[in-house]
Write a protein that binds this ligand. Sequence first.
Ligand SMILES: [Zn+2]
Length: 375
Amino acid sequence: MKWCQQCVLPDTRPHLHLDTGGVCNACRAHATKPAIDWAARAARLQEVVELAKRQASAHGYDCLIPVSGGKDSTWQTAQCLDLGLRPLAMTWKTPGRTEIGRRNLEALIALGVDHIDWQISPKVETRFMVKAFERFGSTAIPMHLALFNMPLTLAVRFQIPLVVWGENSAFEYGAVDEAHTGFRLDAEWLRTYGVTHGTTAADWVDEELLAKDLAGYFGPTAEELTAVDVRAIFLGYYLSWDPQETRRVAEAHGFCADARGPRTGYYAFADIDDDFISLHHWMKWYKFGFTRLFDNLSLEIRHGRLTRVQAIEIIRQTGDQTPHEDIDKFCAFAGIARKRFFEIAEQFRNREIWRRRIDGVWTLPEFLIEDWRWS
Ligand SMILES: [Zn+2]
């Protein structure tokens, strides 16, 4: 386990690599941002917008915006409206939607967009989540399949030429190769960065989960996408994406952060719309030896708002952030015992980085902080 010398991420993070100078590709990618010609990118965005308006039918939507109720959703919607687009917003309705997430979503709709809430049957979703947790140690595979496929399905059905995403996580958290920092979200991007462990809905069909049960998770075929000529873009490619800046814009448009502080990680304005997202982030501790906090703090370091030393001190004071409350809620939702949850989680502890001490306590010998209190 090696740690980036500039941020606080280890090389165990998927798609993250350290160069010979000990600096990760996400930090290197961030350093290229000032050199990016943002005016040229904004001009290209204008071209994409004009094309979408020409392609959309006279009585159809210009673009589709996948939204959750998070700050990026409000930012995306405000930007699309400013660009003069007529959007349809859609949401995969998480079974863990929070009250603050619901309120933020309503404020977003009130900006002046039509909206569709798409919810999967809880019977299907719980079965799928537990299966995904057992097979890959990830409760979030159904979520990611829904998030990426539902908008494309609706775009095809409603003949909407453009799907507008927010940040390109592949750029912010790792990949620097041009093919993925560009502007198309295609099948290859989904397979590589879609956090579905390379699976599609078809891979989950069995006696318990029939193909028809999983209808919402199947996206359109490549032929269908081509026939309607649906393009997917990341707004973060055209407009410099910074979580604090998107928060500022979102708050100016009715978004509210969580007054109680961060639920997981460093931000009180992120990961607050879904009770179950923390479980997805928390499994990184078992699999890769870091938590959501490390992701967030690394962004703050890159934007020059924290030093690496300050970030390490925050990690030391915060601890591992085991989301006990959310784990209880998930267990109640999924109908499994808390003990069973931890048994499954334990199976995904990465033995290449974790060592069991003589007293039975698991430790990371190559952890970022030497005097960490392991429990
Ligand atoms: Zn780094």
